[in-house]
Design a protein around this ligand. Structure first.
Ligand code: KG4
Ligand code: ZN
Length: 352
């Protein structure tokens, strides 16, 4: 079954064609990073307007790449939650319209479940139970998967997402946006043990907290009042970047491995933009190996937001008979086993 998938939950306009849940025939991502760079973060109104402009060209590119035409598409899928509602609506409406025009089944996909599926696409043979760390700009949570598709959040951040912490620390250091890749690069020339930044524990054993770390970086770079920029030298900045990265990676890996050990995982997996981080990938592989578990670190293009994971997951669920009606809505948040959030907004709806 060839599924056309659309992903527009945040700032990437992505379209992909995936066969039988795993085989990527095409995957294209139109990034909006240059548009949001001027603001130092994602502006929702700018994002949804850009999705409108980028979606049809992305669809054409994906079809060309895949070598198939629209009439060869067996089903259509689009992300409908969680994310920026205006952005989600662009891809969701396009997906529903295509399904209706082509007279094919449609499936609305949960973005978090799609990130988990990305680890299955990267290594279909990796064993279960699995503990997956999903760390991106909007989410940071740990999931236990007892089997393919049986996923449940077991920990989450109580404040900032890990990617958000990277972006904010980079801003304080005067680096570009998005901050994660910039810190990753600068950290390579710094000393990870130069500064003992807090590792931030959450209320539960597998929870995270990154707001204290962010403040510590601010004070380190701008003095005790957090206001007067200290003229850090380049080597000092590199030390802050390396020590900050080490603190985040330590916190992420320690909780992931604790959950994996306690819950009897046979594999540990990474997903989300922060999973591109080289130090995180190296450390999780090292610790998993020591613990006798398989480590799955998908290629960066499958870690960051993409439509291959959406079309892939949809292929598996459609084959099991799942379908969405064409009046399915978009939601900013989700409830239920995948929520990954301790504090839910009133009125949030399940979207599995
Ligand atoms: O998954 P993603 O592409 O989009 C969502 O947020 O959903 O993740 C983007 C986040 C940004 O915060 C970015 O700074 C971070 O992932 N990121 C990284 C790296 N590459 C991207 N963080 C640390 N190290 C990296 N190499
Ligand atoms: Zn994402």
């Amino acid at each position: 079954m060839k599924v056309l998938g659309i992903e527009t939950s945040c700032d990437e306009t992505a379209v992909a064609v995936v066969e039988d849940g795993l085989k990527v025939l095409a995957s294209t991502v139109a990034s909006q990073v240059p548009l949001h760079r001027a603001y130092g973060g994602i502006v929702p109104e700018v994002a949804c307007r850009a999705h409108v402009a980028a979606l049809l060209p992305a669809l054409e590119t994906a079809l060309k790449q895949s070598g198939i035409s629209l009439k060869d598409v067996d089903a259509v899928a689009a992300t409908h939650a969680p994310g920026l509602v205006g952005s989600l609506l662009v891809g969701l409406t396009a997906g529903k319209t295509l399904a209706w025009v082509l007279d094919r089944p449609f499936l609305a996909v949960n973005h978090l479940a799609a990130h988990l599926h990305a680890t299955r696409m990267a290594d279909p043979a990796a064993p279960y139970p699995a503990v997956t760390l999903l760390a991106s700009g909007g989410h940071t949570a740990l999931y236990l998967s007892r089997a393919d598709g049986e996923d449940e959040a077991v920990g989450r951040t109580v404040d900032d997402a890990a990617g958000e912490a990277f972006d904010k620390a980079a801003k304080v250091l005067g680096l570009g946006y998005p901050g994660g890749p910039e810190i990753d690069r600068l950290a390579a020339s710094g000393r990870a043990d130069a500064i003992d930044f807090p590792r931030g524990e959450g209320p539960g054993p597998y929870d995270f907290s990154f707001s204290g770390l962010k403040t510590a970086v601010l004070y380190r770079c701008r003095g005790p009042r957090g206001k007067d920029p200290l003229a850090l030298t380049e080597p000092e900045k590199a030390d802050v970047a390396a020590s900050f990265q080490e603190a985040v990676v330590d916190a992420l890996v320690a909780r992931t491995m604790a959950a994996a050990r306690d819950l009897g995982a046979a594999s540990v997996r990474l997903s989300g933009g922060v999973a591109c981080n080289r130090r995180l990938r190296a450390k999780i592989k090292e610790e998993a190996e020591q613990a006798g578990m398989a480590a799955v670190c998908p290629p960066p293009a499958l870690c960051t937001d993409n439509a291959a994971m959406v079309a892939g997951l949809a292929g598996i669920l459609l084959a099991k008979g799942e379908r969405s009606s064409l009046d399915v809505d978009a939601f900013a948040r989700v409830e239920g086993p995948l929520a990954g959030r301790r504090f839910m907004a009133k009125g949030a709806r399940a979207s599995k």
